[in-house]
Every structure is written in structure tokens, then in C-alpha cells.
Ligand binder design. Sequence first.
Ligand SMILES: C[S@@+](CC[C@H](N)C(=O)[O-])C[C@H]1O[C@@H](n2cnc3c(N)ncnc32)[C@H](O)[C@@H]1O
Length: 257
Amino acid sequence: MRKIRVVGIGAGNPEHITVQAINALNSADVLFLPRKGEDKAELADLRREIIARYLTDPRSRTVEFDLPVRDAGHPSYTGGVGDWYRETAALYAELFAGRLGEAGVGALLVWGDPSLYDGTLRILELVRAAGLAFDIEVIPGISSLHALTAAHATTLNRVAEPVTVTTGRRLSERPPEGDVVVMVDGRLAFRSVDGEAYDIFWGAYLGTGDEILISGRLADVAARIETVRAEARARHGWIMDIYLLRRRTGSAVDGET
Ligand SMILES: C[S@@+](CC[C@H](N)C(=O)[O-])C[C@H]1O[C@@H](n2cnc3c(N)ncnc32)[C@H](O)[C@@H]1O
């Protein structure tokens, strides 16, 4: 039976990769390396750098492929994602059947951790549902969420407090009830949040040489984040940023009010 390893490679720093992930890549027969278009060429470069740095097993082969592009004009966001999943699943089925022997082990390099805002595991279930049998093994990775809290030398949660992980789209629809981590935010949803009530810990290009960090009371730093973000985005042609909004309690001790 074929096996597909879904390997978290960390969120931007080649040194994020774990020993478990390096061993998993080295013992795979084929490494499937997605390309996501010119704007994000630097992301594919990180994957190539990881392969060049850590791959010692000469049996390993790399197969690069172009991912389908999601239709951003689809009337329904989830409908557009569903179509994209199905197209990508068809491509994976073709690649696995065509490039991997019946007992072969393939590896997919996934940004950050495969369980966090990543469709790979759902897409693999679609490939299986369409009739191709294979085992799935997941190797966890350092997520952008943890790269963010580490870069700011702060905790994710306050004592005994929950944290919601959400998207910019969701945050712009309703105000946060407590502390939130916001990912995939192209719309600067923090602008809709009460700036006096929250501190923000913002990070872009985390783990890379271009990392930018800004933190402080949201009301004080929101405009600076907006400007810095726009400049960086124009410079690189793309941006990946993430932030933690932590409710201000006025107490020196986490969670105390
Ligand atoms: C599709 S999700 C993938 C998340 C990934 N699985 C993880 O564990 O971090 C992409 C989002 O993750 C965040 N992200 C990923 N890498 C990042 C980085 N190096 N710096 C800042 N944000 C990052 C951004 O919010 C981006 O929009």
C-alpha cells in the first residue's frame, strides 16, 4: 500500500524543521513540492532550501508541480475552496498513481503545521474517497502561531483563559469575545476591534530574514502596522502575517482582573 507523509516544515525558518521531519523526508521515495505561482516563489524557495540542506538520501526524488489557482471571484468563499480542493485532489491522485510505486512512500511538505488552516489532510481524504488507497502519516511542524508567540517572547493564553484561533474574514464579521489569534487576514480586520480594549502582537514573514514585529496597545500601533504592512507587501509582492489580540486587563498578573 502507498503511504503519504504530510510533513510540517515550520513557518519560514529552515531551522524550524524537526529531526522527525528530516528523517521522514529522507526515507520517502518521492517528495512532492507544490509551486504556488510567481508571487509566492519565495515560499517554494524555502521548501527547496530545506530539501537541499537536509536531504541526504540519494534515493529521494523531488517532483515539483503547479497547484491549481483558487477562483477568488467565486460567489461563495467556501464553495470556491471546495472547487479548489476537488481540483487539487484530482491532481494529487494523478501524481500519486503516476509517480509513486504501489508500495512507495511519498511526502508532501506542508507550511507550518498540517493541522492549522491547511487543506492538505482534507484534500487527501477526497483522493481516498475517489478510490486511490494509501495510508496517511502526519509529522507535526512549528506553526506560524507558535513562531509568533516565540518571536514576541509571550504566551499564547493568559492563566486559565481560552484563546480563539480565527481568520480575518471571521473577525471582521463579529467582534472578538476574548483573546484571539487571527490568520489569513487580507482585510486588516483588527481595524474593526476596540483599540483601547486590546493589545496586539503582530508579526510578518516570521522566521525569515525579513521578519517584522510590532506590539503594543492596539489603538497606539494599528496605524503603524497598516503602513508597515502596506510597504512590505509592495516590496515583496506578497505578505504573510498573523497576530494575537489580547484583552487588556490592567493587571500585572495574567488572567487577573
Ligand atoms: C494557509 S495558512 C497556513 C498556516 C500554517 N499551516 C501554519 O501552521 O502556520 C497561512 C497563514 O498562516 C500565517 N503564516 C504562515 N506563515 C507565516 C509567517 N512566516 N509569518 C507570518 N504569518 C504566517 C498567515 O496568517 C497566513 O495567512
